[in-house]
Design a protein around this ligand. Sequence first.
Ligand code: PLP
Length: 500
Amino acid sequence: MGSVDPEFTSPICEFKPLDPEEFRKQAHQMVDFIADYYKNIEEYPVLSQVQPGYLRTHQPEAPPYHPESLETILEDVREDIIPGMTHWLSPKFFAFFPATVSSAAFLGEMLCTSFNAVGFNWLASPAATELEMVVMDWMANMLNLPKTFMFSGTGGGVLQGTTSEAILCTLIAARERALEIIGIHNIGKLVVYGSDQTHSTYAKACKLAGIFPCNIRAIPTTKDTNFTLSPVLLRKVIEADVAAGLVPLYLCATLGTTSTTAVDPLAQLASVTNDHGVWLHVDAAYGGSACICPEFRHYLDGIERADSLSLSPHKWLLSYLDCCCLWVKNPALLVKALSTNPEYLRNKQSESDSVVDFKDWQVGTGRRFKALRLWLVLRSYGVANLQSHIRSDIRMATMFERFLKANPRFEIVVPRLFSLVCFRLKPVNGCDPSYTDLLNRKLLDRVNSTGQIYMTHTIAGGVYMLRFAVGATLTEDRHVIAAWKLIKESADALLKGNYA
Ligand SMILES: Cc1ncc(COP(=O)(O)O)c(C=O)c1O
């Protein structure tokens, strides 16, 4: 208990929210807790089995008035929080696209958090800005991007939180460029393009950017072309819009779509967008990471003709959420659209135009020193290990694909390009297609309800299919083999009687 302040009747508070020695002790305790979580993660059901609202009954109505010990809090994490987690880091997680992690990124995150630098402009934290510039150029180098996207050339890159923000910022830059020419009152004429496979976040970004919903074109794709965006169709749609007096603005092409990892033909699409002065953005959130391996770099062919590119190392390059790289060819357009210049942030360096102020490249003002995370990953593992990590995931996906191909009950629905396998139970002879869908839905439910693995589904071209995405950092061959065994046995049980 502290001494008594004569002005008040209550004791003087000796509350120290950051006591270095206490921090050292508790941080060690926390690291032990986390390491044990990682070590035992296989034991938890991958997909949480709790019911909605479960936590409210376990937690008090109000926060504690008196402090509680870390031991007590961690006990609640064990008892109440972990059971309500869907374990994205489980080696048996094959859903969506994995969110990858690593020791190096964790350590980088610790450093980032410990400095708590709010590097909105260069002066607020010169190292944060300059390291981000270095890391963005390193990443560009690994992807063999042209110099036009690099600080060492004529462009540059910035770390965003998510692809959504990357698309929003570039879309606003493109919009501002266009409105300067056609006048703000003509915003209703701006048209944006994508395919019916473009991630839904694109439509959200378009709405946020003030694009009229009737001017958002989702060009249909088909199974015949593996759900890629057709440059011929794009040209037709754009020409029809121009003929109708509208103004084509922006195309979001995808390198590795979310449903089936389709890769849009960038070079051919660029011919269309360049002809019409349309901003070409490439969303390579997941698939882009594979392009650090020379054998997959061809998916980026044509990138030299795009205006911007985004790629999320948190999806496949071991970097923890949130980490989305955005490169732009013409940073001045971003800055022009997004810069602010309040008196309280003014400083000599910014005004001399000799520095980068990343607040002008993003939605918010405050920003974390996230480059540390990626810097630690790149330095600790080196490009060689990151390439083997990508190749190892692809090898495991290929192994899973082989299991499917050898079993007459299953079919691969779209050719596999990366580490996602899209498959389904084959249609049963003479049965309605909706029955095949139903069987596959049942299979997914059956498999996921065991808690032993977690997979998700999609529908493309009207076909319901299961997605098996390999890539969780801790996944090994044995997990893929066990997953296949479970899927096969569940299918056997489900199909008893359906096949002769
Ligand atoms: C191709 C693609 N684009 C965009 C997104 C959305 O990313 P974010 O959540 O970072 O906005 C995803 C998510 O899986 C994706 O696969």
